[in-house]
Design a protein around this ligand. Structure first.
Ligand code: 13P
Length: 278
């Protein structure tokens, strides 16, 4: 199947009221787990990597198999670059053939976020590539100096102006989710999400999709989220399989981890309502 773009997948999700899962992958087993889960469920899916993962899985090692798997899949698969801060990495993704990229200016001042996002949007659009940007800040990630990102809720009153001035195509919103393992039960601000949804037409993205309840997914997708990002729950499933089978040989351990990750991805796809949509 030809490579799909995030724009195409999210347009269908928005029109029909379901969510598309985005999953970061750091090796072949994670790529395969995502594609096999999507094929088993006849679901669209978005695969990707992020700048912070490149030290573990360098671009030139992870991207070619990801693009190849996406092209060979029996269901629609898009390839997207998640949280990226450096111009060079964004350009590398454009050249490699990504259909969409995320420029994350959430660590900058509001005005700098707008200025830099707008510059990246011009380049991305000139290449026919969609751009995701973040307004407010979803906490849980750390910068190169080890400082954790602040939690700043997205202001619905700023959303339309932000999209207009940046030209961004997809909006990552901060409504109470966090990246990584939650230390306390997340409390999501659904009225805020609905106010953002009412203010803009662009597909909305929920980061920090691990550790949320079934009800959280139901409410956020009904409230206007079109894409849900997941990483931590998948790698925890892989690690658990390895820990539970300490006697397994390396190849057997890898297979057990992949099967566990496939189940973890499939569970999310079912919850997002994307099963059977491909
Ligand atoms: P989790 O690791 O919390 O699932 O978040 C993933 C994410 O939002 C990637 O952008």
């Amino acid at each position: 199947m030809a490579l799909y773009t995030m724009r195409e997948l999210l347009a269908d999700a928005q029109a029909r009221g379901y969510g598309v899962g985005f999953f970061n992958a750091v090796n072949l087993e994670m790529i395969r787990a995502c594609v096999e889960a999507a094929e088993q469920l006849r679901s669209p899916i978005i695969l990707g990597t992020a700048e912070a993962l490149l030290p573990v899985a360098p671009f030139e090692w992870i991207v070619p198999p990801m693009l190849e798997a996406a092209r060979r899949a029996k269901v629609p698969v898009a390839v997207h670059l998640d949280h990226t801060y450096r111009f060079e990495t964004l350009m590398q993704a454009l050249r490699a053939g990504f259909g969409s990229i995320m420029y994350d200016g959430s660590r900058e001042s509001h005005e700098n976020n707008i200025e830099h996002s707008a510059q990246i949007a011009r380049v991305a659009h000139a290449m026919g590539v969609g751009l995701e940007c973040e307004l407010g800040s979803v906490s849980g990630l750390t910068d190169e100096a080890g400082h954790e990102d602040a939690m700043v809720y997205t202001d619905p009153a700023e959303a339309a102006d932000f999209l207009e001035r940046t030209g961004a195509d997809f909006l990552a919103v901060s409504i109470g989710t966090q990246h990584g393992v939650y230390k306390a039960k997340p409390r999501l601000d659904i009225p805020r999400l609905k106010a953002i949804r009412a203010a803009v037409d662009a597909p909305l993205v929920l980061h920090g999709g691990s550790g949320l309840s079934d009800e959280d997914f139901r409410e956020t997708i009904a409230g206007g989220i079109a894409k849900v990002n997941v990483f931590t729950d998948v790698i925890l499933a892989g690690r658990r399989a390895l820990c539970e089978n300490p006697e397994a040989s390396y190849p057997d351990g890898v297979s057990l981890a992949r099967e566990a990750m496939t189940r973890a991805v499939a569970e999310k796809l079912r919850l997002f309502g994307s099963a059977g949509r491909a």
